[in-house]
Design a protein around this ligand. Structure first.
Ligand code: THG
Length: 368
């Protein structure tokens, strides 16, 4: 079923919306109160194209929160259990952000400009309010605001070739989760090797709404013979790769350890980040549940809306939170949260889908 989505000032357009609509976007979701495309041809065609060619994604909804001022780094380190002490001024880090109970509030990418200036590239929750409130309550000397910055992602195996044509050969030297500032006409953008797919690519942090469409047009013009197309985070590909979607696979009910983000939770010595006591307790006891890849048997099932219960011997032992048929792996790939004692590789569970019960095999590793 498809539904009309009613537009208004509250549901924000992006600097690229005119381009996305001219290219025939077929579906949107709402993310950070902003339009996020979900389908162009169809999810399966978009998936195959992403794995073979190159796509331009309007991910402006990954809104930035800027921390600017003498206490910016101190505030940033309070927000996350990840050790930022060795982070360089050309790096991006994937950082869990928790509340005082150690529960996930967001899983953004942090971009370090300098010791006094950071961007926090948000997943779908109103983290600006949390950060502003925390800084105010703590009396920190830092401005916290949403700048006019909109990420545009270039993803897929031909990303380097397309980006080199628009920004020069230098883009090829950008390492994973590092960035360079490169010229575009009269202006310049931060370009990082990152993005919400496992196919490789870049994210361009477009400063200034007015620069959005000129960049969009330049990428499509330069990439015609590379078969460049508009795209968007692809449900199937991101499940195969085990990329978490905040609000779906992880919510405020979960901790970073439950989300499998333990490797990003090595607090710097003496760092009492928000929620550190709760995290210390959880580290001692081990998480109560954890994210797993789950292969669902039988015929393809329509993507999950609500979670699907995972059962073992008549007891619920978890839930599947994202699922889609994978053409490449010929199985319904899914992400689930599984209770301790039931998450070992090869554990056979049952999942209750809207289309009936199916076998559910717990896997240690995702598909890619
Ligand atoms: N890029 C930027 N901002 C974002 C996202 C993004 N904000 C919203 C959302 N995505 C945040 N969530 C994620 C989830 C996964 C990753 C990045 C952001 C990611 N993970 C790598 C992986 O799983 O392979 C590992 C990263 C690492 O090793 O540090 O990239 O995509 N700007």
């Amino acid at each position: 079923m498809t539904h009309l989505i009613s537009h208004s000032r509250r549901l924000r357009s992006t600097p690229f919306t005119a381009g996305v609509e001219a290219k025939g976007v077929k579906g949107y979701t709402v993310y950070n109160h902003m339009l996020l495309p979900t389908v162009f041809e169809n999810v399966v065609e978009d998936y195959h194209h992403l794995k073979q060619h190159v796509q331009v994604w309007d991910v402006a909804c990954e809104r930035q929160v800027e921390l600017n001022g003498p206490d910016a780094s101190a505030l940033m380190q309070l927000l996350t259990p990840r050790d930022l002490s060795k982070m360089k001024e050309d790096q991006c880090y994937y950082v869990p952000v928790t509340d005082n109970d150690g529960k996930m509030l967001n899983d953004p990418v942090a971009i370090k400009h300098s010791d006094t200036r950071w961007w926090v590239s948000l997943a779908d929750s109103d983290l600006l309010l949390w950060i502003k409130g925390y800084a105010l309550g703590k009396g920190l000397d830092v401005q916290v605001f949403e700048p006019d910055v909109s990420p545009l992602a270039v993803q897929g195996p031909k990303s380097d070739d397309l980006m080199a044509r628009v920004f020069g050969e230098e883009v090829r030297d950008i390492r994973f989760f590092r960035y360079k500032r490169l010229a575009f006409g009269e202006t310049s953008f931060i370009i990082a090797r990152s993005g919400y797919s496992k196919q490789g690519g870049f994210e361009i942090y477009v400063e200034g709404t007015e620069n959005g469409m000129p960049l969009w047009d330049a990428l499509f013009e330069a990439g015609e013979d590379l078969n460049v197309r508009p795209g968007c985070p692809n449900l199937i590909e991101r499940i195969e790769g085990g990329m978490l979607s905040y609000g779906n696979d992880a919510t405020m009910a979960n901790t970073p350890l439950e989300c499998g983000l333990g490797k990003f939770c090595k607090p710097a010595e003496g760092n009492a980040h928000i929620g550190h006591a709760a995290m210390a307790r959880e580290l001692a006891e081990g998480p109560a549940r954890q994210v797993r890849a789950i292969a669902i048997g039988g015929e393809p099932v329509a993507p999950a809306r609500a979670p699907w219960p995972l059962m073992r011997d008549g007891q619920q032992v978890g839930q599947v939170t994202s699922a889609a048929w994978s053409p490449d792996f010929e199985v319904t790939v899914s992400i689930g949260m599984v209770d301790a004692g039931h998450w070992d590789d090869g554990t056979e569970l049952t999942v209750v889908t809207p289309e009936g019960e199916r076998s559910a095999l717990v896997k240690e590793k995702f598909w890619v």
